[in-house]
Design a protein around this ligand. Structure first.
Ligand code: NDP
Length: 271
């Protein structure tokens, strides 16, 4: 039996146990994946105690940075992201990976979107944007424009990743300076939590738009609705969530879930 968990605060809303249960079922593996609520000042003790007798744990808000700081060994993705969402212990050493960025790329790929040579906008400069940047640049878009409510953070992110941007015009700009048509806009900010649209300039549009936030009920968020009105094809973050989970599962259990053979429609609707 694989013992797994997701550690966060709050954690009640997490869909991860249901997603991992489907992975295990589809592969004929025996997995117990639980939700662990860590008190805000006790992430380290909660994680270490669980991992002493478990195969691995996911880490979610607000502990990804703390998880990064605790690790003895990090994957290149975790190092670049400065955050860890996947933990496991081996020979008394704590290992950390970040599967969010690769999960995003896989989700875009499954939605039929190729990034190579494309003009892309990334909104947000928090943990999710930082985790996405390395994997996005590795796909060689022609332009990657970083936009954030607090502009100085987008500029800092652009500076931090300049050395990985060969072949891509990586730059930060203000939301009001966005102009013309982009191939893809990704919302890696929490703006949709408020239900309010972003203040986008009138001459901005995009062919495709993805909100990392997901909506259980309809698959639509404030951002996807806003971009649909501008003519974009849209998706929420559910496919990204499933893909980052699959990468963690493979890391711990040694088998990759075959996502095209699993029906995830149960994740939509009230439950
Ligand atoms: P952080 O708290 O680290 O960053 C939040 C970001 O959102 C900041 O850039 C912040 O800007 C911006 N922001 C917050 N409120 C608003 C607003 N009202 N208008 C415009 N910008 C705003 O969060 P994360 O980066 O960890 O997560 C961001 C989103 O991505 C969340 O919705 C999360 O659920 C989602 N996510 C989805 C995943 C998936 O698998 N689908 C995986 C990881 C994250 P400022 O710097 O100005 O404060």
């Amino acid at each position: 039996m694989f013992q797994l968990a997701v550690i966060g605060n709050p954690i009640e809303h997490s869909l991860s146990p249901q997603i991992h249960a489907r992975f295990a079922e589809s592969l004929g593996l025996c997995v117990n994946y639980q939700k662990l609520l860590a008190p805000l000042d006790q992430f380290e003790s909660t994680a270490r105690q669980f991992l002493a007798s478990a195969q691995g744990a996911n880490v979610t808000v607000p502990f990804k940075q703390q998880a990064f700081d605790l690790c003895d060994q990090l994957t290149p993705e975790a190092k670049l992201a400065g955050a860890v969402n996947t933990l496991w212990q081996q020979n008394d050493l704590l290992f950390g990976d970040n599967t969010d960025g690769k999960g995003l790329i896989k989700a875009l790929d499954q939605a039929g979107f190729s990034l190579r040579g494309k003009k892309v906008v990334l909104i947000g400069a928090g943990g999710a944007a930082r985790g996405a940047l390395g994997p996005l640049l590795a796909e060689a878009p022609s332009e990657l424009c970083l936009v954030n409510r607090t502009q100085s953070k987008a500029k800092a992110l652009s500076d931090d990743f300049a050395e990985f941007s060969e072949g891509t015009r990586l730059h930060a700009c203000s939301i009001t300076d966005l102009s013309g048509e982009f191939d893809l806009v990704i919302n890696a900010s929490s703006s949709s939590l408020s239900g309010a649209p972003l203040e986008l300039p009138a001459n901005f549009s995009a062919k495709q738009a993805m909100d990392m936030m997901y909506s259980k009920a309809s698959g639509e968020t404030a951002f996807t609705r806003q971009m649909q009105a501008l003519g974009a094809q849209t998706s929420d973050g559910l496919l990204m969530l499933i893909n980052q989970a699959a990468l963690s599962f493979e890391r711990w259990c040694g088998k990759a879930p075959k996502l095209d053979q699993i029906d995830f429609s149960f994740l939509r609707g009230d439950h």
